[in-house]
Design a protein around this ligand. Sequence first.
Ligand code: PLP
Length: 488
Amino acid sequence: MESSEHLENPAEDTSDTLDPKDWDKFRTLAHQMVDDSIDRLIGLRNMPVWRPMPDEVRSVFSNQMPDAGIGPEAAYRIFCDAIAPYSSGNLHPRFMGWVQGGGTPVGMLAELLAGALNENCGGRDHVGIAVERQVIAWSAAMLGFPETAGGVLVTGSSMANFIGLLCARRRMLGANVRTGGLNGSQLVGYAQMGVHRCLVSAFDMAGLGSQALRRIPVDSDYRMNLDALNAQIEADRRGGLTPLLVIGTAGSVDVGAIDNLSRLAEIAARYDLWFHADAAFGALAALSAARRPLLAGIELADSVAFDFHKWAQVQYDAGCILVRDQNSLLDTFAQKASYLSNTSRGLSRGAAWPCDLGPDLSRSFRALKIWMTLQSYGGDRLGAIIDQTCEIATYLARQIDAAPDLSLLAPVALNIVCFRYDDGKEDLDDLNTEVVGDLQEAGSFVPSTTRIGGRIAIRAAIVNHRTTRSDVDALVKAVTAAGRRRRK
Ligand SMILES: Cc1ncc(COP(=O)(O)O)c(C=O)c1O
């Protein structure tokens, strides 16, 4: 039944709505937006990877909020002129900075469809919740988790890792931590030296203090040194501290190393500690038959943080926290609120609601773009893309080894290659920082930098499904040329 049928006399109703008066005009604009977005994807290689924003573009974003709107056509013109050309560049095949996925055309349309439904996925009984549950179930199966598993979609692994830590804290301190706080407990956790900074923040935010995260040395493959871990746990126990959890890294942010997760699970079990895996991008290696064995032991984790927006190429943002027992999330987050009670019928049916599994109440239909991506491409194809990015990274490492002025700074475990221009002269840190700046500002490539063994490295993370061997051949040439140019 149309809503106007409820009105006694619709013609007399003068109330405003934000829907267009002229739907045909709106449809034309909508089609134009979709066409332009597809054209942008088709033409990616003809565009700079990234370009700096000129001052006049920046100034567009310092205006006051308008009292009178300019309409969607004019707003879209600003998007075309001042927004789209200056985006971060991670769609582009030559974007290799940090660990960022390239998105897909399917994910792009899924964002539109999710916006069209405008679901609030905090809870209740509607399809957005069912789709999210399916994505969680698929994730649990992908990582070999048991039937008891549960999870919730979040912004990214920063939030997912924080949630994992809160579950560990709740398990150790019981329900009282939710009302009485830490109450003087001195909890400590353990992760490898190359742990992502978000876990340092998580310790800070959880009230444990960032120093409570013990950073354990790594071996020559950048994996946590297990003897050092055991020694630190023993020392902390002797010192009267309370070991809380062991964090395994599956795909370290700098070099892509994967800790020995099976051994970490054993150590965690021996000391009765929570075992959490930060598998922000590494978890997706489970989709590749060739690389799944690298993750052995992840199925033993109490919680795993990972992202679909990295190696699964889903549009930002799409993170996930998975726990081996959904009750861990409920124990940590569920609250009673009369306006959010479950009922036996109607829209308020069904449990558990996502708002009881994490900190967010109102949530977007984040699951749709993940579901559409997994449905459309399938696990095998995404796994093959993951293999492809690793093979291109290995190929790049070989090209670097063969190049006279380049040197590799770390072994390539997955898809991250750390190297630098090295002509044996002074100031290599400054030189390599400048080389990266030169490439980025020229719009030709976006690698990023990091420090390996105290030295500045150029870091190429091959995540984007569009990147090819020719792209990394061109990167080798461009870095060499930029380094030589700077030496002149
Ligand atoms: C190993 C690791 N952990 C955590 C994160 C944080 O993830 P997000 O940026 O999705 O919050 C990253 C991001 O690159 C990462 O590589």
